[in-house]
Design a protein around this ligand. Structure first.
Ligand SMILES: [Zn+2]
Length: 330
């Protein structure tokens, strides 16, 4: 028999402040009834530290990040039940039952009393656990052109254990010192979000594959956008490749690049976001004293769908901005 649950009773009994405190989310007061800060919802991708706001009087929240809204099916925000549903990655009924049963303990200090430290001092802490029994030989990985040896090298595999990454292909992310700081989980179909990260993980503080890319002395680093771009470029014979995990370059990533090399090859996706990012990043990196080489791709081409020979042809080119004129096969 289905247990009864009253959505309206729960909504009036549980405040957004209690829910925030339960998840350890610290926001800044930005007005009488408004809290603001970094979005804690797992659908959130951007590095904005102000996109998430809570109206404590009405007990509602919103995140104005475009990608976060898109990943949540177009909704800007919601009430406390919507919030718990997203945080727990469960149905709204399951969220209501969790709150009703007290499975989510709400006896925490209200979030308004504590402030987040400044964004600059927050590092991703090394993980104290490892996901085990990852399956590196998986049809998803072969479909994306990743061979078994490469999957093993990167520690990538299908994960069927418990937790929010269950049923996804997981990718360990290390800091510059080689410590695992997070796992990213890629959905294997069209379900959104394509990538899930642990709550609180800051992509902007890391460059994916940096510790491996710098294990052999090299003056030059190749910079790509995504995990699979990185994996495919490595597989094509270029071990000095790092990924931004997005199409923006943060201040911290700039600092990491400056410390690691004197020359950068920007090898971004051939879409409008990638092209825009290419000139902006190039300017930033040159302003920081790095030599920059740009590899420009035609529409909708990206490194993760290129043959090794094509990658070698582009990256082997000594200078300037090289275009792919002809469409190579998949
Ligand atoms: Zn968000």
């Amino acid at each position: 028999m289905k247990r009864s649950v009253s959505f309206s009773a729960i909504k009036s009994a549980v405040t957004m402040e209690q829910a925030l405190a339960r998840y350890g989310i610290l926001l800044k007061a930005a007005g009488l009834d408004t809290l603001r800060g970094q979005c804690p919802i797992p659908t959130h991708e951007s590095d904005s530290v102000h996109s998430f706001s809570v109206d404590t009087r009405r007990s509602i929240w919103a995140c104005h990040s475009e990608s976060c809204i898109r990943n949540r099916g177009g909704r800007i925000g919601g009430n406390v039940l919507d919030f718990v549903t997203l945080m727990e990655r469960c149905s709204i009924r399951e969220a209501a039952l969790l709150l009703q049963d007290g499975s989510i303990d709400l006896s925490f200090t209200p979030a308004t009393q504590i402030y987040r430290p400044s964004v600059d001092v927050r590092r991703n802490a090394p993980l104290t656990f490892r996901l085990i029994e990852l399956i590196g030989q998986h049809p998803y990985l072969s479909a994306r052109g990743v061979d078994d040896a490469t999957a093993t090298w990167f520690g990538i595999g299908y994960y069927r254990g418990p937790g929010f990454l269950s049923g996804r292909v997981v990718i360990p992310i290390h800091n510059a010192a080689g410590q695992v700081v997070a796992y990213a989980g890629r959905s294997m179909d069209s379900s959104l979000p394509k990538y899930l990260f642990p709550v609180g993980f800051r992509k902007s503080a890391e460059l994916f594959n940096l510790h491996r890319a710098t294990s052999k002395p090299s003056q030059e680093l190749i910079v790509v956008e995504g995990f699979f771009d990185c994996v495919r470029v490595h597989q094509a014979g270029f071990s000095n490749v790092v990924a931004l995990m997005g199409c923006t370059l943060s201040r911290e990533q700039t600092t990491l690049l400056c410390a690691a090399c004197s020359q950068v090859v920007l090898f971004l996706d051939g879409d409008s976001a990638g092209r825009q990012a290419l000139s902006a990043m190039s300017n930033t990196l040159e302003a920081h004293g790095l030599k920059v080489r740009k590899v420009c791709l035609q529409d909708n081409r990206q490194p993760d769908s290129m043959h090794a020979a094509e990658i070698q042809r582009l990256l082997g080119s000594p200078t300037g901005c090289k275009n792919i004129e002809e469409e190579a096969g998949p």
